[in-house]
Design a protein. Structure first.
Length: 294
């Protein structure tokens, strides 16, 4: 499943390609055809991500009485009277949303957004969700999400308070989207390794400064993920070049400490990395660098 950095990157790409412009919207596969017809010819205002959720805002391409174009880029709450619609997308396990030079749709495309000049198209395949929401419905969805380390407006204080009261393992808490929106299996494993925290530590036993450090590390690591389009978590002294080792071979790409490295030596201490299922997902950690002090 894509982690939050993929969705934030996608939101930026969509805004850059289509923001403030009239767009052609269709559902080549047909399953989103009625909604796409409503959106076709409207203005894509912007796209934004909250955790693993993508929201794309549209407003009618209405003209004013004198023929001048309406201010499509008017910010939220600026008093614009244009009704707005939001497409809410969650990619789930297999969904993909890619921008590419305009071409005939390939495979089952639920949603296509293209520019009027037919130079670029964004095609959505196999999402868990693709649905049309009103602005209040979008706000209700966002209210269900936890703090997102990639959002400039993130406020983790409620998340910190919940973790500090929880008996659940920090490894599980980090995967809870109502607490840490956008964090997935790779970032949870890697940040716990980087901070030397056992994933089995109950939330309430994680010292407040350590919890703050976990948050700060997620902010830093996930921003690198948005920049590079892949997850790199190793410090400069542990890169393949610095360690004179072969680069990692994995379809996730990226240089990591423990994720999907079960049985291989820890890059810091040489102890074999361990793996166990926690809440249905594979967890990876180094038992020496992340001692279990329960
Ligand atoms: Zn180690």
């Amino acid at each position: 499943m894509p982690e939050g950095h993929v969705i934030h990157r996608l939101a930026s790409q969509l805004t850059e390609a289509f923001g403030g412009r009239e767009v052609e919207v269709s559902s080549p596969q047909g399953r989103f055809a009625a909604e796409a017809a409503q959106l076709d010819g409207t203005v894509l205002r912007s796209a934004e991500a909250w955790g693993k959720h993508l929201f794309i805002d549209f407003s009618p391409a209405a003209s004013t009485a004198d023929g001048a174009p309406a201010d499509a880029a008017a910010p939220v709450g600026s008093g614009t009277r244009l009704p707005r619609s939001v497409v809410h997308i969650h990619l789930g396990l297999i969904g993909k949303f890619n921008l590419s030079p305009f071409a005939e749709p390939v495979g089952q495309v639920r949603l296509r957004i293209g520019d009027a000049d037919e130079t670029v198209a964004a095609d959505l395949h196999g999402p868990q969700w693709c649905r049309l929401l009103s602005v209040p419905e979008k706000e209700a969805e966002i209210a269900k999400q936890g703090a997102d380390p990639l959002r400039a407006d993130a406020d983790p204080s409620a998340t910190f308070a919940k973790v500090a009261r929880s008996r659940r393992a920090i490894g599980a808490l980090l995967m809870d989207q109502k607490l840490f929106a956008g964090v997935g299996n790779i970032y949870r494993a890697e940040t716990l390794f980087r901070l030397g925290v056992s994933p089995f530590t109950p939330g309430r036993d994680v010292p407040a400064p350590v919890l703050k450090a976990i948050w700060a590390d997620l902010v830093e690591l996930m921003a690198v993920g948005v920049d590079r389009g892949r997850i790199d978590t190793v410090r400069p002294e542990h890169t393949p070049e610095a360690m004179h080792r072969a680069p990692r071979k994995d379809d996730h790409g990226g240089e990591v400490y423990v994720y999907r490295r079960a049985g291989q030596p820890c890059l810091v201490c040489g102890t074999p990395v361990e793996q166990r299922v926690m809440d249905g997902r594979n967890l990876f950690w180094c038992p020496s660098c992340q001692p279990d002090r329960r």
